[in-house]
Design a protein around this ligand. Structure first.
Ligand SMILES: Nc1ncnc2c1ncn2[C@@H]1O[C@H](COP(=O)(O)OP(=O)(O)OP(=O)(O)O)[C@@H](O)[C@H]1O
Ligand SMILES: [Mg+2]
Length: 319
């Protein structure tokens, strides 16, 4: 849960009085699930919930129409506090360490997912892993989803991302900094045409290694996407950014919603970028109302690049 405390002037090392205190179901999975529901998708959440905060989040699932298949844990679900200094317009974030998950609890989540996931489902694996969970957990879930005819898309970082990519998920979405964990040769920033080409090349290598779709988001600069047959550069529709946190999660939800409605890859990416921009323009992570999304989609441009797999060995391969 995220709890936002709005303070007129934040003074460190002193007693501060909050003007407004707002709790909200937070974390990557909730941002993704809430946006998917707003877009009319049938959503089931898996994860770990415990204690009174866990109860609060279960009630939120019911309110939002999200199917709640969380595993109940001994530990307590964490609260992350955001201290907003109204005068400075800046926030200080305090993230609790979060509960430790036992082996039995981890196995219980795995069983719930194995039991319910069906052919045609899209499994979104989003965020870091709680303490006590092995780093290769996403890899196991991806393999198991594939065996059941479901497709997995991963948004993670570091070793968790490396391990997930090694088993060939359907898709990967990460930001540039996270992408460098699986592609150390990727540029640190994309400000020149040469850097963009270098990034495209690194993404092609990941596709060649068995991931069907690689999406790297670049904040206000939009995103690049590479599949076996397409290489696309998508601009982010320009907005006055208030808080881009959660834009990647909102992109992921909107992309998955459009893609599962049989939109083309190009349209799904544009729709994702539009929703992500709408999220960046508001203070609390949220997808915009649909008329605003239509305007933002119209403000998104796509440049098609040559797929150009001649050197990467991808051409002609099929998983
Ligand atoms: N300032 C901005 N203005 C317009 N669009 C933005 C802005 N920041 C982000 N976006 C949109 O959001 C998408 C994802 O942003 P970003 O690359 O920052 O994701 P992220 O780092 O994964 O974010 P998070 O993990 O906090 O959700 C971008 O591809 C872009 O379409
Ligand atoms: Mg992200």
């Amino acid at each position: 849960m995220d709890r936002t405390e709005e303070i007129e002037y934040f003074r460190p090392h002193q007693v501060n009085r909050a003007l407004v205190s707002t709790p909200r179901a937070g974390g990557k999975s909730f941002i993704v699930a809430r946006a998917l529901r707003r877009l009319g998708q049938d959503v089931t959440l898996y994860g770990f919930l415990g204690g009174p905060t866990g109860q609060y989040l279960r009630a939120e699932c019911a309110k939002l129409g999200i199917r709640d298949r969380h595993t109940t844990i001994e530990g307590e679900t964490r609260i992350n506090t955001v201290l907003v200094d109204r005068h400075a317009g800046l926030a200080t974030v305090i993230n609790e360490p979060g509960p430790e998950i036992s082996k039995t609890e981890a196995e219980s989540l795995r069983r719930a997912l194995d039991e319910h996931i069906e052919a045609g489902d899209i499994l979104v694996l989003s965020g870091s892993l709680p303490r006590g969970i092995p780093l290769d957990t996403y890899a196991g879930l991806i393999t198991s989803a594939r065996q059941r005819g479901a497709r997995a898309i991963v948004d993670a970082e570091g070793e968790v991302l490396v391990s997930a990519v090694s088993v060939g998920p359907w898709a990967v979405k990460c930001n540039l900094q996270e992408f460098r964990a699986i592609a150390p040769d990727a540029p640190e920033e994309v400000t020149t045409e040469a850097a963009r080409q270098q990034l495209f090349d690194c993404m092609r290598v990941i596709v060649a290694a068995g991931v069907q779709l690689v999406i790297v988001t670049l904040g206000a600069n939009g995103l690049l996407a590479v599949s076996r047959t397409e290489a696309l550069e998508v601009s982010a529709p320009s907005v006055v950014a208030k808080n881009p946190t959660g834009s990647g999660d909102t992109f992921l939800a909107a992309f998955v919603a459009a893609y599962s409605n049989a939109s083309s890859l190009e349209y799904a990416l544009k729709f994702g970028a539009a929703a992500a921009s709408a999220n960046a323009a508001v203070l609390v992570p949220d997808i915009g109302p649909s008329p605003q999304l239509d305007t933002l989609v119209a403000g998104t441009t796509v440049i098609r690049h040559e797929p150009d797999f001649a050197d990467s060995g991808v051409a002609g391969t099929d998983r």
